[in-house]
Design a protein around this ligand. Structure first.
Ligand SMILES: NC(=O)c1ccc[n+]([C@@H]2O[C@H](COP(=O)([O-])OP(=O)(O)OC[C@H]3O[C@@H](n4cnc5c(N)ncnc54)[C@H](O)[C@@H]3O)[C@@H](O)[C@H]2O)c1
Length: 451
């Protein structure tokens, strides 16, 4: 390994930046020479923040639009550049910004965005297997990062992101926007005030029924690495850190079905359950023991990930998490947090990301005493929730933290605890065994460790 090319802060090999890319741009060369992470621009309360979007598929297109809208209405910010390895998605995004805001640059090479001096922050909305590499490179270059969920693809990458934030002081908001919804913060306060007593179990689910097989999204047969113009895809770069293989449109358009790029239900959907639960608990927590199961019961196509998946996790402070999901049946179990003195029902409708106008506190009537009753009542009570757009709020929180340098709502330490739960569940399912978390070494191991 060439140590001159290794970042001191992120442990990220700079040669990795250049894999799969044809010509090295000036920006990339400048980045490769830098000995320590760039510090980034100091952004005042009224300064306009410049954003680059990396990965302009479904999500990056939408999140970029939210940044542009919020930037116009509230917190000064603008999208200045977009990047995707699929030329059509660059073109469509450029057309959108030119029509609705102002012209933006477009590129197939994310290093050009990260290397730009005028870019203050990047949105990373690529498939999961690219999240860590791009986020680490961006932090090294002095950029703040809006990092889509799941935070990363592996536990080791989660640790590297946490370390990089500590070393660089960059602001990283992880994109599980539901964590900005008020219900989780009201539940947190109720739990901290003693409304449920000692926590016993959190449960949740994510169910839907898909007729065509979940994630079997439309494939454009014109797209491919040998095609010209808008149909061209830089497939080698799309694969990036994953196993090299010939062009496969199913993998490109439906990446959630394959382990190399996704964890299926665990990473796509349970992250939105695990992250807000970690917000409401008294502290975000790493699981101690995780077991997962399920299978491909219905959608017997080329997929590798299960269509039905559940996990049970135990936490060392005496608390269990149970999550269930099927993409082939839509009946949920309610999302709630149980304690010895009561339970808080978070989502009657089972949809962790959907808005709700209340949460419900249900005291355990037989157990609570008069002091508890005086404070919380003995009967079921509803706690009202204001109706807000959690996506706008999450983006505004990120932009605000870029100015104040405070921790954002879903900071990397909290997100890493959610990530470890879902990554361990993926590993437990794939290995067919119970796994324990070795917190000291950030490793999932088959036997519990001490200390
Ligand atoms: N927060 C949410 O509610 C939410 C919702 C949807 C998706 N997501 C997340 O957003 C991410 C993207 O999901 P999607 O549905 O938009 O997928 P997608 O396949 O539609 O888009 C991903 C895009 O990234 C591009 N890409 C891949 N590697 C790249 C690279 N190295 N440089 C530049 N572009 C690259 C692909 O060509 C593709 O266009 C996923 O991690 C997903 O979990 C989050």
């Amino acid at each position: 390994m060439n140590h001159r090319l290794m970042s001191k802060t992120t442990g990220f090999n700079r040669r990795d930046f250049f894999m799969g890319a044809s010509a090295l741009g000036a920006a990339g060369r400048a980045l490769a020479k830098a000995a320590k992470p760039a510090s980034g621009r100091i952004i005042g309360a009224n300064d306009r923040i410049n954003v680059g979007v990396i990965g302009t598929g479904g999500r990056g297109t939408y999140v970029g639009h939210v940044f542009a809208k919020v930037g116009k209405d509230d917190s000064p910010c603008q999208v200045v550049a977009v990047c995707d390895v699929y030329q059509k998605r660059v073109t469509l995004n450029r057309q959108y910004y030119a029509k609705n805001y102002s012209a933006v640059d477009g590129t197939l090479d994310y290093r050009e965005i990260i290397g730009r001096k005028d870019v203050d922050a990047v949105i990373v909305a690529t498939p999961d297997h690219w999240h860590a590499k791009i986020a680490l490179a961006a932090m090294d270059a002095g950029k703040d990062v809006y990092l889509e969920k799941p935070m990363v693809h592996t536990i080791d990458e989660a640790r590297r992101i946490v370390d990089a934030v500590k070393a660089t002081g960059r602001v990283v908001q992880v994109g599980s926007q539901t964590t900005s919804a008020q219900q989780w913060w009201k539940a947190k306060k109720a739990i901290a005030d003693g409304a449920i007593g000692d926590m016993i179990m959190s449960q949740g689910s994510y169910h839907r029924n898909s007729t065509g097989g979940e994630w079997n999204w439309e494939i454009d047969p014109a797209a491919g690495p040998d095609k010209q113009g808008d149909d061209h895809v830089d497939w080698a770069t799309w694969l990036g850190p994953a196993t090299k293989r010939a062009w496969d449109a199913d993998r490109f358009f439906r990446f959630r079905k394959y382990w190399d790029y996704s964890g299926g239900i665990a990473t796509d959907l349970f992250f939105h359950v695990a992250a807000p639960l970690n917000i409401c608990w008294p502290q975000p927590q790493f699981p101690h023991k995780v077991m997962a199961g399920g299978g491909i019961y219905v959608f017997k196509d080329a997929r590798e990930v299960p269509d039905t998946f559940h996990l049970v996790a135990e936490y060392s402070k005496g608390h269990t998490v149970v999550l269930t999901s099927s993409m082939a049946n839509s009946q949920h179990i309610p999302g709630l947090i149980r304690g010895h003195l009561g339970a808080i029902i978070m989502v009657d409708h089972g949809m962790f990301e959907a808005p709700t106008d209340h949460i419900t506190l249900k005291p355990e009537k037989k157990v609570v005493d008069e002091a508890y009753a005086a404070k919380f009542g003995k009967d079921e009570t509803q706690i009202p929730i204001d109706q807000e757009d959690s996506m706008d709020k999450h983006v505004k929180n990120f932009l605000g933290c870029m100015r104040t340098r405070e921790k954002p709502t879903l900071d990397v330490e909290t997100a890493a605890r959610a990530q470890v739960l879902i990554s361990m569940a993926v590993d437990s399912y794939r290995q067919g065994r119970v796994l324990y978390f070795d917190e000291k070494n950030w490793k999932a191991v088959p036997k519990p460790t001490r200390g």
